[in-house]
Design a protein around this ligand. Structure first.
Ligand code: SAH
Length: 373
């Protein structure tokens, strides 16, 4: 049997892992043991999994693998935000970002390399679409971040929240994303509460209905404009699925999944979507529905024609939403100095690889020399 025929166990939700163990002629509880090693103890080598029978381990070594994305580089921002670049293939990479707060630790993960949705204000859109991430690459981000953050079995958890707000449109990679979500929520997996796993979508309406049948996580939707004319310019998928249709799908999701509310993301672009009249229009759309709004100050990147709204405009917009009967908050910008903020993830390795791989080699040398850098 060749390497490529081995099954990567990292991407398998519980039911599939059980089926895999059964196909090897093994008992279903082996799947539980494997998940325990993988997700509770951070194991990634079969030979370390000491409570698995020796012949089962031998069989696993032959038929299965535990393959994680490779870390290309890491950056740490002044505010403690950390960003990792992970390798997808020779030329492409994707990014994940860890955002520590006093009461939680949020990992922002990617679902695709690049993105096909082409939102006007997003840096990821500039690079176009490369490919979907596999379930193992999606789950692997949380696994790796746990390791990088010094997770100890039984110790306090560094990652309490996972948000699919990195590179890519998660609902365009539906199957792999849903399988990964199952592992995040599974008590034998990362055991995250369904309210602490958030999927953010630009508004793929049919997939929101499908998601409602599949899994219960928190839903965030990129609204960004109160009317179809403007939203179609900013978020082109709106031409296919206009606002009224999108909102219907959102309310359906909440009904179906007993959710509390949908979070509507609204990027604040100066002179584009930040006027008082637009705030009132957003309030009219959402008031009386299970909705809250998260205003995101625009994060600029090289080549963009947009500017961030002033703090005063953002504050006024929030107040008008509140007055209009809609819960609203302003997202604090994090990790800006390392381009880790919303819409700044690009993940290109070409032209950066050499430099970064170089500094990694140096870091490894320093560690080898016994310096705790
Ligand atoms: N593809 C998903 C996840 C994207 S990232 C989606 O579209 O929802 C999470 C949020 O950041 C989205 O609401 C996205 O529209 C927003 N965003 C994109 N670029 C941004 C930028 N430059 N500044 C601020 N927010 C941005």
């Amino acid at each position: 049997m060749t390497m490529s025929e081995r099954v990567n166990l990292l991407g398998l939700p519980r039911a599939e892992l059980e089926a895999f163990c059964a196909a090897l002629g093994s008992k279903a509880f082996r799947a539980r043991q494997l998940m325990n090693w993988l997700y509770k103890r951070g194991g990634n080598r079969f030979e370390d999994m000491s409570d698995l029978a020796r012949d089962f381990r031998a069989l696993l070594a032959e038929r299965a693998e535990l393959t994680l994305p490779q870390v290309v580089s890491e950056q740490c921002a002044a505010d403690g935000t950390r960003k990792w670049l992970l390798r997808a293939d020779q030329a492409q990479a994707f990014e994940m970002v860890y955002i520590p707060e006093s009461d939680r630790g949020t990992l922002c993960i990617s679902s695709q390399v690049g993105c096909a949705l082409d939102c006007a204000f997003c840096a990821t859109a500039q690079q176009g679409f490369n490919r979907n991430l596999s379930t193992a690459e999606i789950v692997g981000q949380v696994w790796l971040a746990n390791r990088e953050l010094g997770f100890q079995p039984g110790g306090a958890r560094a990652i309490t929240n996972v948000v699919l707000m990195g590179m890519g449109e998660p609902l365009a990679n539906f199957r792999n994303v849903v399988a990964a979500l199952r592992i995040f929520l599974d008590d034998l997996g990362f055991d995250l509460s369904r309210r602490r796993v958030t999927l953010s979508t630009s508004g793929l309406v049919p997939q929101i209905y499908r998601l409602a049948q599949e899994i219960n996580v928190a839903l965030a939707v990129s609204l960004h404009a109160p009317d179809d004319e403007l939203r179609s310019q900013l978020v082109p998928i709106n031409r296919l699925h206009p606002i009224a249709e999108l909102l219907e799908a959102c309310w359906h999701y909440i009904d179906e999944q007993n959710g509390r509310s949908v979070t509507f993301e609204y990027v604040m672009l100066e002179g584009v979507n930040d006027s008082p009249a637009q705030a009132r229009a957003v309030a009219r759309l959402l008031a009386g529905h299970p909705a809250k709004v998260n205003l995101i100050p625009f994060n600029p990147y090289t080549g963009t024609r947009f500017r961030r709204s002033s703090e005063a405009a953002i504050g006024q917009f929030r107040d008008l939403l509140l007055r209009g009967g809609v819960m609203a908050t302003v997202r604090r910008t994090r990790g800006e100095d390392i381009d880790a903020a919303c819409g700044q993830l690009v993940g290109r390795v070409t032209d950066r690889t050499v430099v970064r791989l170089g500094s990694r080699v140096e870091a490894a040398r320093t560690r080898a020399a016994g310096v705790n850098a």
